[in-house]
Ligand binder design. Structure first.
Ligand code: FES
Ligand code: FES
Length: 147
C-alpha cells in the first residue's frame, strides 16, 4: 500500500522517499528533524525512538513507507512536555546523545502510567541505552516529572 504523506508532530508532509528509506533518514535528512538521533542504526540502542500513534518505535529500522497514516511524534513535538524540564532539573544527561530517545520513551510511559515506580521506568525504558551511564538520574527525572 502506498502513502503520499507523512504526519509528523501535527503537521503533514509530502512523502517522496524511495522505497527502502528508513523513517529516521526521512525525519533527519528530508524534514530536518535532527532531534531524532541515530547511533547503532540496527535497532539495538533506542537513540532513534519516536512515537507512532503513541507507541515507542525504533525509527532506524522502520521503513518510512510502512508508517502509513499513523501519527509520528518526535522529540521536537515534545518541546513543551514537562519531562524536558524534569530531565534538566535532575541533570539526567551527560553527552545528551541518548536524551531525545529517552524522553520519547518516557513520554509514552507516563502517558500510560502517570506515576511510575523506578522498577517500571527501568522495565519500560530498558531499550534505551545510555553509554554515559546516566541511568539513576534518568530514572529520577521520570519518577519526578510531575513535580
Ligand atoms: S539508532 Fe535506532 S536503535 Fe540504535
Ligand atoms: S547521556 Fe550520553 S549516552 Fe546518555
Amino acid at each position: 500500500m502506498a502513502f503520499d504523506e507523512l504526519r509528523v508532530n501535527g503537521g503533514s508532509y509530502p512523502l517522496a522517499a524511495a522505497v527502502g528509506r528508513t523513517l529516521a533518514e526521512t525525519l533527519r535528512e528530508d524534514l530536518g528533524l535532527t532531534g531524532t538521533k541515530v547511533a547503532c542504526g540496527e535497532g539495538h540502542c533506542g537513540a532513534c525512538t519516536v512515537l507512532l500513534d503513541g507507541v515507542p518505535t525504533l525509527s532506524c529500522i522502520t521503513l518510512v513507507h510502512t508508517v502509513g497514516n499513523r501519527d509520528v511524534t518526535t522529540i521536537e513535538g515534545l518541546r513543551e512536555h514537562p519531562l524536558v524540564a524534569s530531565f534538566v532539573r535532575a541533570d539526567a544527561l551527560q553527552c545528551g546523545f541518548c536524551t531525545p530517545g529517552q524522553i520519547v520513551s518516557a513520554a509514552a510511559l507516563v502517558a500510560a502510567i502517570p506515576s511510575p515506580t523506578r522498577e517500571e521506568v527501568r522495565h519500560a525504558m530498558s531499550g534505551n541505552l545510555c553509554r554515559c551511564g546516566a541511568y539513576p538520574k534518568i530514572e529520577e527525572a521520570v519518577v519526578t516529572w510531575q513535580d
